[in-house]
Design a protein around this ligand. Structure first.
Ligand code: SAM
Length: 394
């Protein structure tokens, strides 16, 4: 990444207002990043074209903003869990910022900080807090920033990065000593709490050990995603492996909190019910975006095959996804101070957030489903009885 190649979306209105001091290179990048590519009715990024297989259009932007609130709800409203100094944090980087919503809200909550969000897509708003800006940048390129950061954040990037060790190295190098990196990431496939026979292993990679398909369509979605990802070097299970990767990059005070997003309101507790509603909506809204590129280009499915499969997943979501949950792991880690003694046994800590089924809710739901099935059978019986009548008897 070269700073001249940046498109500073925060201070640029993309048209005739570009001042004389804007270089030709910047202007050419400015217009070319809007040369979006369209496929199957969805819009994709232009800068480093073809790299990221998920769309950047309005439905995806809306979904990302909904997902942002789901992440905030997960951490009881917090934008991060790293123990940074709220009043002292100065320089902050959000890599793969998407719509920029995390960076904007961080800037609003930390008015003394200067917050920079980077992304392949110029999909951030132009009206910004004065301490927030955005750059079009490919995080796979070499990072050349003028100042080191106190805090680097990257969220939901498992479909973006193939070379996590390089991303972690660049983050380490661009942090001040004592600065923190936070990663908030999904881990595929989802799991089932109430019926373990639906589950497939969370740990091994799909390439090493292909598992039979789960009978549950939502878990199948995660399995197909993992398989397709692994064929092109994306690891949708990397969220479990950040510990050793962060250690190898030189980080200390590494901490993981394992959250669980129930899909639907089947889990116990008001927070979990709300989280479940948001997570199910996020899953449904993002289904086509998540698979269209991957399944057609990598698994060789036709558009029709994708849509038929997705309708089975949507049906499962609408039927309540009983017991199905999504692992979501928040990691933070610190760049050590110069000369700091590192104690290997203290470098990784973990916390597990529990999830319990709401048995009353599940019992009521099962009763309603049984009654509905019986009612449907009654209608079918009546229909066949009417069909069996001789036509002149009507
Ligand atoms: C799932 S979205 C997450 C957006 C944001 N972090 C959030 O949580 O709302 C992934 C984002 O990463 C961006 N991205 C993908 N590959 C990238 C790369 N190599 N460099 C920078 N951004 C990238 C995509 O354009 C997309 O906006």
């Amino acid at each position: 990444m070269v700073e001249d190649e940046y498109t500073d979306i925060g201070s640029d209105d993309r048209d005739s207002a570009l001042g004389d001091d804007v270089s030709l290179l910047t202007m050419s990048v400015t217009s070319s990043v809007y040369n979006y590519r369209y496929e199957h009715g969805r819009r994709y990024h232009a800068y480093s074209e073809g790299k990221y297989l998920v769309p950047n259009d309005e439905p995806e932007k809306d979904r990302l903003d909904l997902q942002h609130h789901t992440f905030r709800l997960t951490a009881d409203g917090a934008l991060y869990i790293a123990p940074i100094s709220k009043s002292n944090v100065q320089n902050v980087l959000d890599v793969g910022t998407g719509t920029g919503i995390w960076a904007i809200e961080f800037a609003e909550e930390h008015p003394q900080a200067s917050v920079l969000g980077t992304d392949l897509s110029p999909i951030q708003p132009e009206l910004l807090p004065p301490n927030c800006s955005f750059l079009i940048d490919d995080a796979d390129h070499d990072w050349i920033f003028h100042q080191p950061f106190d805090f680097i954040h990257a969220r939901a990037m498992m479909a973006a990065f193939k070379d996590w060790p390089r991303f972690l190295d660049q983050s380490f190098t661009n942090l001040k000593p004592g600065g923190y990196l936070e990663l908030q990431e999904f881990h595929l496939p989802p799991q089932c709490l109430t019926n373990p026979s639906l589950n497939v292993s969370l740990s091994s990679s799909p390439a090493e050990s292909p598992h039979p398909l789960s009978p549950n369509p939502i878990i199948q979605w995660g399995q197909y995603m993992s398989t397709a990802g692994s064929r092109i070097g994306l690891d949708f299970r990397v969220a479990s492996n950040f510990g050793p990767l962060l250690q190898s990059a030189g980080f200390v005070d590494i901490h993981a909190t394992h959250f669980k997003w129930p899909y639907g309101p089947w889990a116990k507790g008001e927070k979990m019910k709300m989280l479940g509603r948001f997570a199910a909506q996020d899953l449904e809204d993002g289904l086509q975006a998540s698979v269209l590129g991957l399944f057609t280009k990598v698994l060789g499915w036709t558009r029709e095959e994708v849509e038929v499969f997705l309708s089975s997943v949507r049906k499962e979501i609408r039927e309540g996804c009983e017991g199905i949950w999504q692992p979501v792991v928040f990691w933070y880690a610190r760049r050590p101070l110069p000369g700091e003694a590192i104690k290997p046994s203290q470098t990784v800590t973990t916390q597990e957030i529990t999830l319990e089924p709401d048995e009353n809710y599940l019992t009521t739901r099962r009763q309603v489903r049984e009654e509905r099935t019986m009612a449907e059978k009654d209608v079918e019986r009546t229909d066949s009885a009417v069909d069996a009548q001789p036509s002149d008897a009507v």
